[in-house]
Design a protein around this ligand. Sequence first.
Ligand code: CU
Length: 127
Amino acid sequence: MGQGRGNARASLVGGLAIICIFLALTQPAIAAIYNVGGSNGWTFNVQNWPTAKSFRAGDVLAFNYPRSQHNVVAVSRRGYNSCSAPRGSKAYQTGKDRIRLRRGQNYFICSLPGHCKSGMKIAINAA
Ligand SMILES: [Cu+2]
C-alpha cells in the first residue's frame, strides 16, 4: 500500500523530469530584449544602432521614446529605403512599444514627417 504510493510518486517525479528535459531541449533559447538605440532610445540617427549586433527570430525590440514625439511603423524594404509607410500601416505609438522580430529582414521607421530621413530607421536581420 505504502509502497504503491511511493512508486506512484517516483514515477510522477520521473515523468516531470522527462518533461523538463524535453522542454529544455526543444525550446529555443530565451529571447533577448534589446533597447533600440541603447540609452538614447528610439530617436534620430539611430540607423546604425543594429550594426555588429546579432539578432534572432523571437528576440524583442523595445522602442522607448516620448510618445508625443515619435512612432514606430514596421515597413518593407522599399518603405525603409524610401522612408514611406504604406497607407494603412500599423503605427505603434505608446512610447514603449515591444515588437518581436520575425526571421529574416525586419524594417522599422518613424513615420512622422522628416524623421526617417534624419536616420530614424532601422533594418535588422534576424537569424
Ligand atoms: Cu520620429
